[in-house]
Design a protein around this ligand. Structure first.
Ligand code: SME
Length: 160
């Protein structure tokens, strides 16, 4: 059983170290991608403070398709190269967006979102998915968040 609650005072290094351990334990011995993405989205949501959306988009052909997530219902299909998620997927690059309204082509799924972090999941040298975190706080994400989520993306690459 998981008894989780985000602790806004926990230093990020400790938060992400704990998150990485819990994430590895959650997916240990399970290969089903939907089950693992669902559990990781829930784990992130209940571990990382200040989020209003956390989840996965998978690359299918030339678009991203919504995967398991926590938060409000979201856009289902995003063309590669469009919005923050599509940019991360098309370039294989981490996107740390301080102010989503200043990002050309940002796709607003929740009007409350103010900042966003998207990390690509790389498998066999290609982007197979992205992990997307949204926050209602401006400038919520920094390099420590990006590094922490990259560890989760590396884990996800093992079952996606
Ligand atoms: N804001 C994203 C779209 C996905 S939702 O935030 C869940 C983007 O611009 O790609």
């Amino acid at each position: 059983m998981f008894d989780l609650a985000p602790d806004p005072d926990l230093p990020k290094a400790m938060l992400y170290a704990a998150l990485a351990r819990s994430a590895a334990a959650l997916v240990e011995g399970e290969r089903d991608p939907v089950a693992n993405m669902a559990n990781l989205a829930a784990l992130i949501w209940h571990s990382v403070p200040g989020l209003n959306w956390a989840g996965f988009y998978r690359v299918l052909g030339d678009e991203l398709v919504l995967g398991p997530f926590m938060g409000k219902p979201a856009c289902i299909r995003i063309p590669l190269g469009r919005g923050v998620c599509g940019t991360a997927a098309a370039n294989g690059s981490i996107q740390v967006i301080e102010d989503v309204e200043a990002f050309p082509g940002h796709i607003a799924c929740d009007a409350l979102s103010r900042s966003e972090l998207v990390v690509p999941v790389m498998s066999a040298g290609r982007v197979c998915a992205v992990i997307d975190l949204d926050s209602p706080e401006l400038g919520r994400f920094d390099q420590e968040d990006a590094d922490g989520m990259m560890a989760i993306a590396s884990l996800a690459a093992q079952f996606l």
